[in-house]
Ligand binder design. Structure first.
Ligand SMILES: [Fe+2]
Ligand SMILES: [Fe+2]
Length: 154
């Protein structure tokens, strides 16, 4: 699996989990907490793989346009990881407020995923070439295993 295929597979999983989470009701407190935890784990590993492996390669191989895309995408990661997710984790899962925050997180992530798949990934394909994407896919798989292990140990 090359790097882009791997990341798209992650996107599909996260989108599915977000759909599940947003279809829960206030009574499903336990399910909401479980889904949110799972989303947090998946998103944090995925984001790390992009920021450690793919994004720097795009920035390095590209010019000003690519640098802009790089900073915009990183800022979107930061919004979710440092602002939206921590707020959500601190919100009572049995409330309407929780549902509102889930909706915002879902929209942010869907927008981000859409931009990656329509702009960033095609740019990466053009700039980096097949072999580099294969190598990065390998590196991502190894790194993912490591990070999953760390999450389980935490
Ligand atoms: Fe991303
Ligand atoms: Fe992504």
């Amino acid at each position: 699996m090359n790097a882009i295929e791997l990341l798209i597979q992650d996107h599909q999983l996260v989108k599915k989990l977000l759909e599940e989470l947003s279809s829960t009701t206030e009574r499903a407190v336990k399910k909401r907490a479980e889904l949110l935890e799972r989303i947090k784990q998946e998103v944090s590993i995925h984001t790390a793989l992009e920021e450690q492996i793919l994004y720097p390669a795009i920035k390095q191989a590209g010019g000003k346009e690519e640098a802009k895309m790089y900073y915009e995408a990183k800022e979107e990661h930061r919004t979710v990881d440092s602002l939206v997710l921590p707020d959500l984790l601190a919100t009572e899962a049995g409330t309407v407020e929780f549902a509102g925050r889930v909706k915002v997180m879902k929209e942010l992530l869907e927008h981000h995923i859409e931009e990656e798949e329509s702009e960033l990934f095609p740019t990466a394909r053009k700039l980096l070439g097949k072999q580099a994407l294969e190598d990065m896919g390998q590196a991502m798989q190894a790194q993912k295993k490591l990070l999953k292990g760390e999450q389980r140990a935490a």
